[in-house]
Design a protein around this ligand. Structure first.
Ligand code: ADP
Length: 374
């Protein structure tokens, strides 16, 4: 059982076994031939010779005996050679089926892949090195397919995101030229708003590509959570004030320091608090809390705002994902990239980020962890 499992998982063992089989069979056949075929043939020749010479012997007879022996042996060798050859051919056919077929399949699949057909997969038939190679190949093909589909989706998403403000700007300009739209401050303000949206989108995309490619340096050092929170509050203060949002804090005095990049940690927390304020009704309440939890510090941002329906929760960190596109736009929201960037950053700092919500109008809680110093 163990031997058959070992053979199944090791191509080298299989090859060795097949060649050993050929050699063993050849030896066996040779032994059998020299045991039975050779004496019979020699006897036959000697009998023929004895009749020919009338029972007398001499050097001529010895020579004849030797040449008879040689031809008998050659007969036996020919026989064993043929059997050995047939065995070699049969085993090589079996081998080539087992070895060459998957290799050919791999070759064909890699050709398809190089021609851009990423859906190509090979059949994994065994657990040996070839089988492992095939499953690794499939894994690679899957990753390439994912990257390719992400690339396509990105282009589609970016063009879609660009089209909306561009159409709005184009429409307004046309209206102005035709005199349909009044050349008022409001019209120009609208156009300016759309160009601002465009440049925000371009900035976000640039930042996203930077974090996706990890083309930034993390300066990890011990940080105090209350310091981070203070900086974030200063940043979002205007937004909180304009929405009359009350901010509450719950930070225990004995919080361990976290190991993180200051700017990036601030960026993540700012994004969560700004979202909490943005998706809260006027006069709403936002709570920032932190607690130590198993080698990390957990930071929570809770709001009592619009909430997130359960079917949207799994996608909330996806690129360009917005629960309600029109709502997000009207509310002056971004392009749905902020949380994607936050997730990349938190994970790059060895943390975790998640979202919870009781559903529509039930408020949301966004949390993330950062490794603690001790
Ligand atoms: P955006 O710039 O559009 O806010 P984000 O990536 O920050 O992009 O957020 C993605 C989407 O997640 C938002 O469009 C919104 O639908 C939803 N969302 C984020 N934070 C909250 C929140 N605190 N409450 C409700 N929905 C939220």
């Amino acid at each position: 059982m163990a031997l058959s499992r070992y053979l199944n998982n090791h191509l080298g063992a299989k090859l060795l076994l097949s060649y050993l089989t050929v050699v063993l069979i050849a030896i066996l056949v040779l032994a059998l031939a020299s045991q039975w075929i050779l004496p019979t043939a020699l006897n036959r020749h000697m009998q023929g010779m004895g009749t020919m010479m009338g029972g007398s012997s001499g050097p001529g007879m010895m020579q004849g005996l030797f040449s008879d022996f040689r031809s008998s042996f050659n007969e036996a060798l020919l026989f064993s050679g043929v059997v050995g050859l047939i065995t070699a051919v049969v085993s090589s056919i079996i081998l080539s089926r087992r070895v060459l077929a998957p290799l050919n399949a791999l070759m064909q699949a890699s050709r398809s892949l190089s021609e851009g057909r990423y859906e190509e997969r090979v059949l994994v038939q065994s657990g040996d090195e070839l089988g492992q190679l095939a499953s690794r190949f499939n894994l690679m093909a899957e990753r390439l397919q994912q990257v390719e589909s992400m690339r396509r989706m990105l282009i589609a998403d970016v063009s879609h995101e660009l089209r909306t403000p561009l159409t709005a700007i184009g429409g307004s300009m046309e209206g102005l030229i035709d005199g349909v739209l009044p050349a008022t401050e409001e019209t120009y303000e609208q156009i300016r708003g759309e160009t601002e949206r465009l440049s925000r989108l371009v900035d976000d995309l640039q930042e996203l590509s930077r974090v996706e490619a990890r083309a930034y340096e993390l300066k990890i050092r011990p940080l105090e959570i209350p310091d981070l929170v203070r900086t974030v509050i200063n940043r979002v203060a205007p937004q909180l004030e304009s929405g009359h949002i009350a901010l509450e804090l719950s930070l225990p005095g004995s919080l361990p320091r976290v190991l993180a990049d200051e700017d990036r940690a601030i960026q993540v927390l700012t994004n969560l608090v700004a979202n909490a304020a943005q998706y809260s009704a006027e006069g709403g309440r936002v709570l920032i809390s932190a607690a130590a939890s198993r080698g990390a510090v957990r930071v929570l941002v809770q709001d009592e705002g619009v909430g997130i329906p359960p079917e949207h929760l799994p996608h909330i960190f996806d690129r360009f994902y917005r629960v309600d596109k029109s709502r997000s736009r009207r509310a002056g929201g971004g392009s749905g990239i902020g949380l994607t960037i936050a997730k990349y950053l938190v994970e790059a700092m060895q943390g975790r980020i998640w979202a919870e919500s009781g559903g529509e109008s039930q408020g949301s809680t966004f949390g993330f962890t950062l490794p603690s110093e001790a």
